[in-house]
Design a protein around this ligand. Structure first.
Ligand SMILES: [Zn+2]
Length: 72
């Protein structure tokens, strides 16, 4: 079991898209849901989110309706 240097990456390793289950490999272009879950770029855009890749920020939030979100 290799535990070296895992602490800093733990949150990132566990991040998956709550809609499709894809690994979130780049948090800068994923949408962070306020309860700590994530939407991958594709799912967020499909739900109406608009991402400014130049500024790496969301101009419009995706619609979270219908997602099975964990209680925060
Ligand atoms: Zn997704």
């Amino acid at each position: 079991m290799d535990t070296t240097g895992a602490d800093d990456d733990l949150e990132l390793d566990l991040a998956i898209c709550t809609a499709c289950g894809a690994d979130i490999t780049d948090e800068a272009s994923a949408y962070g849901i306020p309860n700590g879950e994530w939407l991958c770029l594709g799912c967020a855009v499909a739900r109406g989110g608009r991402f400014d890749a130049g500024d790496e920020r969301w101009l419009a939030a995706p619609d979270l309706e219908g997602l099975a979100l964990r209680p925060s």
